[in-house]
Design a protein around this ligand. Structure first.
Ligand SMILES: Nc1ncnc2c1ncn2[C@@H]1O[C@H](COP(=O)(O)OP(=O)(O)OP(=O)(O)O)[C@@H](O)[C@H]1O
Ligand SMILES: [Mg+2]
Length: 306
């Protein structure tokens, strides 16, 4: 059974790659065959975090048909059970990945044979990024305690929600829906999930039910990274509550990760922070967080790309 977990955050530098590599390290250590895929095309650096300094092949070899099977772009890492598909040689920005290539990549990922697949997604809310999130009902969102980072992660989650609704309609029906919402609730109401869902319920009751089931099956997890001693430890849970209030679906708080200057040292030394500094608060947080993620059970793949 495959568990696919996209990892993202609205803002660059929040710790997506650090979390992906650390979670991968813990899972591999538990004996789980784990694959990291660097989808932060254009700014890929996950290979450095897992000590594969010169990736000899990467995702673009598959995208550009140099390597026909995605499986054959997989690289071993120095850690047993931990594998990588690097994005190192991809000059392409994921936002500009053409539609056919995106669908081809999504389909290929969903057919890979690993117990855990972690996708390191770049920052931003382009349709392509949103579609990679929607490959699975599971997702991890990471933010720092800074308000700018929180705003961006909220915007990202809201965009995924809208993108999912959009996938249920063709362009014409979606346009009609938009007009109905604006007519009934006023200008600007199309940005409000509640208004859209009310309109969907009235005009497309079957789709509304399917969408509700869909949203109920999502397992979104929020991680608060780089928490310093003066920061509010309850902030993560508060953000989840706000998201639930405004978007109407549940995001579980998965845990805090303490800030530690030695993360920088581990990155510079190209060693896993968990191996180099196992007795730190940050390493403890990462292990606890990983346990919670392993213990959460949703593993179904959406059939859209199978
Ligand atoms: N808990 C932490 N404590 C201290 N430093 C951290 C922590 N988490 C991440 N960092 C540092 O923050 C920086 C950004 O981390 P990372 O590269 O994982 O972010 P990212 O979200 O993947 O960024 P990008 O969007 O640029 O890919 C790195 O320099 C890393 O060392
Ligand atoms: Mg990154």
């Amino acid at each position: 059974m495959v568990h696919i977990w996209p990892i993202g955050g609205g803002k660059g530098g929040s710790g997506k790659s650090f979390l992906a590599s650390s979670l991968g390290r813990v899972l591999a250590g538990l004996g789980k065959k784990t694959l990291l895929i660097d989808l932060d095309l254009g700014a890929a650096n996950l290979h450095t975090l897992v000590d594969v300094p010169y990736p000899v092949k990467c995702l673009s070899d598959f995208i550009h048909k140099k390597i026909p099977l995605l499986e054959n772009t997989v690289l071993e890492t120095p850690v047993p059970n931990l594998y990588l598909i690097s994005g190192a040689h991809d000059s392409l920005d994921i936002a500009n990945l053409p539609y056919e290539q995106k669908v081809k990549t999504l389909k290929a990922i969903s057919k890979l044979n690993y117990e855990w697949i972690l996708l390191d997604l770049g920052a931003g809310t382009s349709f392509n990024i949103l579609d990679f999130f929607l490959i699975s009902q599971n997702s991890i969102f990471i933010t720092t305690p800074e308000p700018t980072s929180i705003e961006n992660v909220y915007r990202l989650i809201r965009s995924i929600y809208f993108r999912r609704i959009r996938q249920y309609f063709n362009a014409a029906d979606f346009k009609t829906l938009e007009e109905e919402v604006v007519q009934e609730f006023g200008e600007g109401s199309f940005n409000k999930p509640d208004c859209i869902m009310q309109a969907v319920k009235r005009a497309h009751p079957e789709k509304s039910l399917q969408l509700e089931n869909d949203f109920n099956s999502f397992r979104f997890k929020l991680v608060l990274n780089q928490l310093r001693s003066k920061d509010n430890i309850a902030l993560g849970a508060q953000i989840c509550k706000i998201i639930e209030k405004h978007l109407g679906f549940q995001v579980d708080f998965a845990g805090n990760i303490a800030f530690d200057d030695r993360v920088h040292d581990a990155v510079c030394q190209r060693v896993s922070f968990l191996d180099r500094y196992p007795y730190t608060r940050t390493a403890y947080d990462l292990r606890e967080l990983s346990k919670r993620i392993v213990n959460s059970t949703s593993e179904q793949l959406l059939i859209r790309y199978s």
